[in-house]
Ligand binder design. Structure first.
Ligand SMILES: Cc1cc2nc3c(=O)[nH]c(=O)nc-3n(C[C@H](O)[C@H](O)[C@H](O)COP(=O)(O)O)c2cc1C
Length: 179
């Protein structure tokens, strides 16, 4: 069955949703991003797809850093809350009831409730259609002590997916999760 090329994102398995945390002065911004992927292991680079209208985009360009946090299915309500379009000087951390966690290298905060946090410094940005590819170098990475294993290949991260890029529908492995 043919589908519209513009609908392609609904027919490939999506990447797990990440929360991207940035700073606007003292304001701690956090928002969900479905467009995200690892693109290099040496050096360690991570890419996100960001519309230039997002506060996240402006904050990254100004501060040249961001943190990529990995939420689990227990955080679907918080993910939705951080997606609210709030003025740039209002923190989505407080609105969503998420706890900022101090980073080790960058000034932007991680998300305590998330399973892993990647501290990134901006490498480059390039426009790609209606989004910009924002590439960061991972300068520090941490994982929740409760799921840490010495053998990192045995770490089990519980991802949450944005189903078919549809508003408010999230899934974990094979099952929808409610809000
Ligand atoms: C699950 C989910 C995934 C999203 N993925 C993206 C994305 O990949 N790129 C993007 O620009 N916006 C994405 N959005 C929309 C932004 O998160 C939303 O516009 C948010 O308010 C932006 O916040 P900011 O202005 O503080 O950066 C997504 C929203 C949701 C709920």
């Amino acid at each position: 069955m043919q589908v519209e090329p513009g609908e392609y994102m609904r027919i490939i398995p999506p990447p797990p949703v990440v929360l991207v945390s940035t700073l606007y002065g003292e304001v701690k911004n956090v928002a969900p991003f479905g467009m995200n992927m690892p693109i290099s292991s040496d050096p360690p680079l991570y890419a996100i797809g960001v519309r230039e209208t997002r506060d996240t985009y402006s904050n990254i360009l100004e501060t040249e850093e961001f943190v990529v946090a990995v939420p689990g299915p227990d955080l679907v309500e918080q993910i939705a809350a951080t997606a609210e379009a709030l003025p740039r000087d209002v923190s989505e951390f407080e609105r969503a009831g998420l706890t900022p966690a101090e980073s080790t290298v960058v000034k932007a905060f991680g998300v305590r409730e998330c399973q892993a946090n990647l501290e990134c410094r901006l490498e480059w940005v390039r426009q790609a259609g209606d989004h910009h590819i924002v590439v960061g170098r991972v300068v520090a990475a941490n994982i929740d002590d409760r799921i840490y294993r010495e053998d990192l290949s045995r770490v089990v991260i519980d991802p949450v997916y944005h189903v078919g890029a549809k508003d408010g529908e999230y899934a974990k492995k094979g099952a929808l999760v409610g809000q």
